[in-house]
Design a binder for this molecule. Structure first.
Ligand code: FPP
Ligand code: MG
Ligand code: MG
Length: 323
């Protein structure tokens, strides 16, 4: 299934999710509406809510709570992006100016807080303690992931294991919650709930590995973000970690210095060659593919239907993308 077919399959649900999102965005405070609309309406892929919807349908959920769950997940994700672009000092996202570039850091952080706290208001409406527990834990892990990553910044000795922990926390955990909770709403068996959680976890890991690869290989126009941002921040992502372990001595030295001094963009062309020659780009891509396959394997316990097929296709698409 291609992305259009997947979106078509979930279209009715996703339209309802969008309506909910816009309704919940409303506030008496003008700047919240303005900035909130800017970020929510900014060409995001709505991938996480789509996962909740597809997972709920894949296990034949008959209620309507998955729509609210999907909106909650998108609010948490959007809040985290508002904070993330401030922390990362990013100026471009989804091919447009970031909210912080346009409205300033304070407004971005605070509207992020609005979206984040609104998501918890919505959670209470679901009246489901398990949902509340999982999402309270998930958002806490998200914050931990960002702090861990901050600690790794400018540290060329960051290990692959350490990096994997960061991407699990900052990205995969929310994917995991998105799919696991669809199962919780549908009252699936513990085994099926675990399988849905695993699918989300592996997919999220594959997605972030690909994200970190694209930071070196993508075309900025297509990606809608600036290329080399990670390098400019001295962020030791997997391509760099691998090249430092397996590249030539010159490559090792070059990358160590780039990470330590956050000045890698000066040497971006040489670093790209080092990543290529050491096999770091292929290694990262293959690791993403392995994770995507693990996601697909996790779904094997479910009977086949078009929604399961859509989830399988999304796993393939998450690693074979250019934006
Ligand atoms: C994008 O990563 C950022 C995240 C996946 C998570 C951000 C989380 C926080 C800032 C903390 C939690 C905040 C709340 C409100 C729960 P990236 O910077 O690697 O990717 P990018 O290229 O898209 O910016
Ligand atoms: Mg960022
Ligand atoms: Mg970040």
């Amino acid at each position: 299934m291609d992305l259009n077919a997947i979106r078509q399959l979930a279209d009715t649900d996703m339209q309802a999710v969008n309506q909910l999102i816009y309704k919940q965005l409303e506030s008496d405070v003008a700047l919240i509406n303005q900035l909130g609309f800017y970020i929510i309406n900014g060409g995001g892929k709505r991938l996480r809510p789509l996962l909740s919807v597809l997972a709920a349908r894949a296990v034949d959920y008959q209620g309507e709570h998955h729509l609210k769950l999907a909106a909650i997940i998108e609010f948490i994700h959007t809040a985290s992006l508002l904070h993330d672009d401030v922390v990362d000092e990013s100026t471009l996202r989804r091919g447009r100016e970031t909210a912080n570039a346009l409205f300033g850091n304070s407004a971005s952080v605070l509207v992020g807080d609005f979206l984040y706290t609104r998501s918890f208001q919505m959670m209470t409406e679901l009246d489901n303690m398990k949902v509340l527990q999982v999402l309270a834990h998930t958002t806490n892990v998200l914050a931990e992931g960002e702090v861990l990553q901050l600690m790794n910044c400018n540290d060329p000795d960051t290990t692959e294991a350490n990096y994997m922990r960061v991407i699990y926390c900052k990205t995969a955990k929310l994917f995991e919650a998105a799919t696991q909770l669809a199962g919780v709403l549908a009252n699936v068996s513990p085994e099926q709930e675990q399988a849905l959680a695993d699918y989300g976890k592996y997919l999220g890991t594959a997605f972030q590995l690909t994200d970190d690869l694209l930071d070196y290989t993508a075309n900025a126009d297509e990606l809608g973000k600036n290329i080399g941002d990670d390098l400019a921040e001295g962020k030791p992502t997997l391509p760099l970690i691998y090249a430092m372990e397996n590249g030539s001595d010159t490559a090792k030295k070059l990358i160590r210095q780039a990470i330590e001094q956050s000045d890698g963009t000066k040497a971006i062309d040489e670093i790209l060659v080092a990543l290529e020659e050491s096999g770091a780009l292929i290694y990262t891509q293959e690791k993403a593919q392995v994770e995507a396959q693990k996601a697909i394997d996790a779904l094997s316990i479910f009977p086949d239907n078009s929604y399961k097929q859509a989830l399988i296709s999304l796993a393939h698409l998450s690693v074979n993308r250019s934006s």
